[in-house]
Design a protein around this ligand. Sequence first.
Ligand SMILES: C[S@@+](CC[C@H](N)C(=O)[O-])C[C@H]1O[C@@H](n2cnc3c(N)ncnc32)[C@H](O)[C@@H]1O
Length: 472
Amino acid sequence: MDPFDEASHVFLDWLKRSGAEVSPKIELKDLRNIQAGRGVVATQNIDEDEVLFRIPRSAILSVENSILSNEIPKATFDALGPWLSLILVMLYEYFNNDASNWAPYFRVLPNEFNTLMFWSEDELAELQASAVVHKIGRQSADENFKNELIPVIKEFAQVVFAGDERAQERAAEMESKEGMLLMHKMGSLIMAYAFDVEPAQPQKEVDEEGYASEDEDEALPKGMVPLADMLNADADRNNARLFYEEESLSMKALKAIQTEEEIFNDYGPLPRSDLLRRYGYVTENYAQYDVVEIQFDLVAQTASAANVYSEARFEYLDENDLIETGYDICASEPFTLQESVSPELVVVVETLLLDNDEFERLKRKGKLPKPEKITPKGAEFLHRLVQVRLQQYATTLDEDNLTATQLLSKAEATSKEWRCAIAKEVRIGEKKILKQAEEALEQMGRDLVNANGYTKRPAEEEEMGRGKRRAR
Ligand SMILES: C[S@@+](CC[C@H](N)C(=O)[O-])C[C@H]1O[C@@H](n2cnc3c(N)ncnc32)[C@H](O)[C@@H]1O
């Protein structure tokens, strides 16, 4: 048997011995021919709500279930937080090889990643001005490993490397390039595979309407859920979801699934840049969630250039929680400014453009301009912003389109070629949004002029332009 299939079989046997129930109507399939690793596929028709598999909570690879949690104080794990705690546990189980409860599971997890964390500088440069380049977090992860995780590994070296007389040295070796790479790999596995595991007994504090706060959600412990994480995702074909029960986690069909159909989880409405950052792949149908970020600094610079920069107004906007590191313009179909431009950005721009009296009047009342209303001056400012944002990319959309090739399949391309082609898809998606915004703002400018009953003729425009230049 192919070693890849052999590993899948050993994994499924182990999972069943660990108490999992797996429907005979599904199989774990080799999907490398479509560049999707392993995936879960229906072998018979499945009904809506049918349970595809049930994983006992005890089979989850988590801090709670690892014997390491008996050896290291809870306070240490609490101080590390859910992310670093799970990395520590995964390192421990990984170092334990066959002695780990999860050994057959590790053998079906990948060892190579295409996530942005593992791209070279050259490859990242192909993303040009995409804001995702600043969200990879390699440096902060390195610092967290060095300042928080490695000290714990050193302190508990005799536990983490139990039975090894080189335990202390091995702990020190975690600072090496190889050690850091291993921690990054565990971190990347968590990013692409782990679930936020809801507790057996819900402990979330809920408000009067029964909603848990976002902070409560963030605090959920992370866990690697075998088999549940073998489901690939598809933006339009999500047909299964994981349900948290007291003793187990059940993957259920959300709709009827036909024989041979792949079973897809939902990774959420991620723009392709984030899909690439977190999961290391993109597909065209995530283009519907693409976004371009307009950095706050660019708004401030454009305000300066337009002589409307005002500390007082930025302060007021900040008091109203409107100052963000960036503002999104997202894809919409058909493209409309209302749907695509972040309402916060509209409010920021319109506030900067208010005349003094109007600003003071609104401020006295604790009010702000309405996000639904873009004024002619606002449209002009946004248009400028979009143009400058477009210029931040090293090539134009037309140049990219000229050289756009059919997305190479991973099998045909070298890793570098494949990454460059994917990066180009991502940056083309962002430039398309900016171009659509540019055109819509130009149209809005024309409509506003027409609505005022005055249409500039080209000759007049020319003259006005010349006149303006003369006046300066
Ligand atoms: C949760 S795992 C799913 C199982 C994975 N295919 C495997 O073999 O281990 C997530 C990873 O699967 C891959 N993946 C998920 N959905 C995909 C899709 N629609 N097309 C290609 N690869 C996909 C990506 O590499 C992603 O990082």
